[in-house]
Design a protein around this ligand. Sequence first.
Ligand code: ACO
Length: 703
Amino acid sequence: MDRSKLDGLMRPKSIAIVGASTDPTKIGYTVVKNIIEGGYEGKIYPINPKATELLGLKVYPTLMDVPDDIDAAVITVPAKLVISVVEDAGKKGVKGLIIITSGFAESGNRKLEQEVVAKAQEYGVRILGPNIVGTLSNAEKLNASFAPTLPLPGKGALISQSGALLISLDMATFTRKVGFEKLISIGNMSDIDFADLVEWLDEDESVSSISLYIEGFKDGRKFMDVAKKAKKPVIALKAGVSAHGAVAAASHTGSLAGAAKVYGAAFQQAGVVQATDLNNLFDLSLTLSLQPPMYGDNLVIITNGGGVGVLATDAAERFGLPLKFVPKDVQEELKKHMPEFGSAKNPVDLTGMAGYDWYYDTVKFVIAHAWTEGLVILYCETAMTDPMEIAKGIIVALDEANVHGKPVTISFVGGEKSEKAMQWLVEQNIPSFSAPDLAVHAISALREYARMKEIVSESDHQTIPVDKEQALRIIKLAREDGRDSLTEVEAKQVFAAYGLPTTTTLLAKSEDEAVKLAKEIGFPIVMKIVSPDILHKSDAGGVKVNIKDVTSCREAFKTIMANAKEYKADANIHGIAIQEMAPWGTEVILGSVNDATFGPTMMFGLGGIFVEILKDVTFRVAPVSKNSALRMIGEIRGAPILAGVRGEEPRDREMLAETISRYAQMIVDLQDDVSESDANPVLVYAEGKGLKVVDARIILKKK
Ligand code: ACO
């Protein structure tokens, strides 16, 4: 990325406002006023063909009339006039445009937006917006927006796809007492998108965390590539994940792959911390901008109250950081700083008698001890102690311990005095919260961030020997037949080309052929209808299992054909699949969708007929390495079933991981053709005994 253009846009030495107005009710007036009142120290050039002076500044008729260079221009003229302003800006050498104007793609006017972008690209001008509130930076003292004021200063940046939300969050920085260095409204993302800004902010010294409010990406993979490389924490709140409006899907995987799952997988793979709601976005932005990642699971909680200690312990388990007792030597030392009725185990309960000294002693000792990897300090306001004194004891202890790389979060529960003490603690760079579970949630995000970053550093790219040509030939034949789905027999052939172990499945067109093939495969067998018009074979009475001899085979052939015709009289029937009857194994599902934002995406979970009820599935944007596949196997709720429970032998997870990885390779290779697919059920056998894909479905992209 050419940073110079974004530097000009985000850190301009001079700024013009095209559409500056002398009318105080207009946005063009407010932006000029905000830039002045924000304290901007660069040059300001209001542009308006009719006015000569505005708020003490000389007004120029056009950008071309300004005698000096201009780095950035805010545009507040109506949509139809924007293109001519872009032309002027290009000629003038403006580096970036902040287009506040609405009335483009968001209201169906895509063509006009494309024309504006094309014009800007002609001159190499970058565009933020259109349809935005603007951009605000405390470091630049620049409020180039129509939001009322610069936010409370902080160390994080917040990029929002919703303009109205950005304005309201700007105000909320004061009431919530969580500051931001930058607020950026991104709007229609006609040119500059989330990925561009994350990449730019990652090198910007004034911010130390990057928070995003996302409604949807245009290019999910581009974002993932940038986020994976980011050195600063990226935090995302994704809106619009409810099932409402979801598109009907043809496969199990399609119906389970909602935005929440796919975005969630992408964030995890890219090392992006997910916020659960707006409050949590603020909390995480504060925490990740002030504290280092937590590199291990050893969390210590110090408290003066049993109640908040228990609440924090519960929260630690809920957020994936279950507490362990501290080692004996730590307990012995801690006992010296508490009454006999205290507890030195973990939570470390100093009791309600704890004042400055006990907090100071324990915090200093615990943070410096090699066992500790993260520390949560809790305090309940009492009549015996002063919150500010406690806060000071903590800060002096942390300063003197001078330990780096171990995060600390705090919760003071109490009244105004506690509030004040916490504000002061935040000013000392320690995230502090009004409830113990919030402090634990915050530190668990630092742990999660460290875990994800470790995984992100592994590559998912690999080379697996496969027969892509064979898979494409099968797809081509189906297309020539006028179909946009493969039959089970064909789908299994595609799977086999990628080395997935499938049950032997042969197509019989007549009763005699069925008997011949059944003998070849060997009884018992399974028989299934093969028709592109009958996707749900069992519902149509099109499946017979455990057929043990020739007579039953002939009978089954007749029954299945009759059932299929009754189910759909005009169904195009290819014949009946004669299939090896696989022995029982643990049922899992592998599947894929070609997600509109992230492309080929893989699903794995517990399979069989209950898959859509239990929804015990997990997703990854493909490709998926064998290591990632092993993590997928370990993270479903049913993982213990595969690990072997109650005397059951563990299942062949190595082979399963290999199969998931191959499947993921298949959907990457065939992404131009395959829209959704399922292997369900896949029967997984005991360790070393492999697995078998019993049923297969591949839906093609419509061409
Ligand atoms: N160069 C410079 N100035 C010009 C030019 C030009 N070529 N042509 C016109 N102007 C001046 C106008 O004369 C006017 O100034 P004046 O008051 O002195 O006459 C000024 O530019 C503004 O033009 P108007 O026609 O008065 O437009 P108005 O201010 O009513 O609206 C605006 C313009 C604000 C851009 C409007 O079209 C718009 O898009 N509003 C929505 C903006 C928005 O909400 N964006 C964020 C969305 S996110 C959220 O929901 C919060």
